[in-house]
Design a protein around this ligand. Structure first.
Ligand SMILES: Cc1cc2nc3c(=O)[nH]c(=O)nc-3n(C[C@H](O)[C@H](O)[C@H](O)COP(=O)(O)OP(=O)(O)OC[C@H]3O[C@@H](n4cnc5c(N)ncnc54)[C@H](O)[C@@H]3O)c2cc1C
Length: 374
């Protein structure tokens, strides 16, 4: 089967789906291809946190926009995506981190974010069950929050199909050629011709790039996660404990507590097996921060990937091959970045110029400065 489109998007995670959605909102019939189901990559494995507390005006501004787009989804899609502004509480157990929070808060406030520095007692008034031993202060934004990834992907899919977009699922792209247009060969023998193509394959983007001779700096890392059974509400915001043996977790609207930690040393690759060692360690770390969680039973654990870049910022740009675009390397923040980043990316793919300054995410940047709030 041969099919022709103006635009094809490879990867039905949050990045591919939001871009396809914004392309289709401009009347474009788009093909979305995935090697498995929507959200089968990192998107369906994330812990669903959404925050504006970043360190550069570009990321902060993009996240302000994302929050506003998340908040409109229920009206746009006609069903709830379980978006809630349940907040983020970033915890500082060292003077150095507290100072980083202070300087970031100055930038965030200038950008109009509702954020403040809290004393340990004030932090406990936000989360009464929080163990504040060793805590020096906290950065708190009540407008940050959470949403349910699979409902968002469903909402995007409905809207893309309304605009006559097509989905090719469980059908990996096995080859990419460029003549005048791109020719994408799918595993089942389907051939898709498209004028413009977006590579948004999450942790597999580097492999996909190599199919067309590009070597881009993406490094997948394995991250495990856990979810508890539903418990009565005891935590409001996402708690982020930056200690070397820290972790981050939040309570979802339906009562489950979901969380993960960044392994040290990092575990390169896209393996998705989960380990007993992780749940034992994660349980200890969660209970240290909120002792009441001792009563919560673990329901399930899994692993997924962060797709990293050398500076911890995404790459969203046209590649050196004309009309071939890439958006990946979300460095652990792709779920929240999705709407705010991809609305502008879709505009760029259509008009060949950015309608906002995303030079921080360009392929030609130096990759030397680092995002300070991981
Ligand atoms: C444990 C964990 C917790 C996280 N928590 C958060 C969080 O709280 N907040 C947040 O913002 N982010 C979080 N993230 C990060 C977030 O999940 C990712 O940044 C985001 O999902 C990336 O989306 P994506 O669309 O780029 O990639 P993906 O969701 O991985 O989508 C890529 C898609 O491409 C498809 N694909 C790959 N190769 C091919 C091919 N050859 N042909 C066709 N299709 C292909 C895959 O099947 C996949 O569906 C977390 C990640 C993990 C693992």
């Amino acid at each position: 089967m041969n099919k022709t489109y103006d635009y094809a998007v490879i990867g039905a995670g949050i990045i591919g789906m939001s871009t396809a959605y914004y392309l289709s909102e401009e009347g474009i019939k788009v093909a979305v291809i995935d090697k498995a189901h929507m959200g089968s990559g990192s998107t369906g494995r994330c812990i669903a946190g959404i925050r504006q507390q970043f360190s550069t005006p570009t990321s902060i501004g993009m996240m302000k926009e994302s929050i506003s787009l998340f908040s409109r989804m229920e009206d746009e899609f006609g069903f709830s995506v379980e978006f809630a502004q349940s907040g983020y509480l970033l915890l500082a157990h060292s003077e150095e981190l507290l100072n980083t929070f202070k300087s970031n808060i100055e930038i965030q406030k200038k950008e109009g974010v509702n954020v403040s520095l809290l004393s340990p007692d004030e932090a406990r008034s936000v989360v009464p069950k929080l163990n504040t031993e060793g805590l020096l202060g906290a950065a708190y934004c009540p407008d940050d929050g959470q949403a349910y990834p699979f409902m968002i992907l469903k909402g995007y899919r409905d809207k893309i199909e309304e605009k006559k977009g097509d989905f090719y699922l469980y059908n990996p792209v096995v080859d990419i050629q460029k003549n005048q247009n791109f020719l994408l060969a799918l595993e089942d023998g389907t051939s898709i011709e498209a004028n413009k193509v977006l590579l948004s394959a999450g942790p597999w983007t580097k492999d996909l790039c190599q199919k067309i001779g590009l070597d881009l700096p993406f490094y997948p890392e394995r991250h495990e996660a856990v979810i508890t059974e539903r418990i009565p509400k005891i935590i409001g915001p996402m708690l982020v404990d930056y200690r070397k043996d820290g972790c981050y977790f939040q309570q979802l609207l339906n009562g489950h507590v979901i969380g993960c930690y960044t392994p040290d040393p990092n575990v390169p690759g896209t393996r998705t097996d989960s380990s007993l060692g992780f749940i034992i360690e994660m349980a200890k770390r969660m209970v240290r921060l909120v002792p009441e969680l001792e009563k919560a039973a673990i329901l399930r654990h899994w692993a997924g990937s962060y797709t990293m870049t050398p500076d911890g910022n995404p790459i969203a740009d046209q590649t050196p091959i004309d009309n071939l675009y890439v958006a990946s390397g979300m460095s652990g923040h792709g779920f929240m970045f999705g709407p705010g980043l991809c609305r502008h990316l879709a505009h760029y793919m259509i008009h060949d110029e950015w309608d906002t300054d995303f030079s921080e995410f360009s392929l030609s940047r130096s990759f030397e400065s680092k995002e300070s709030l991981k």
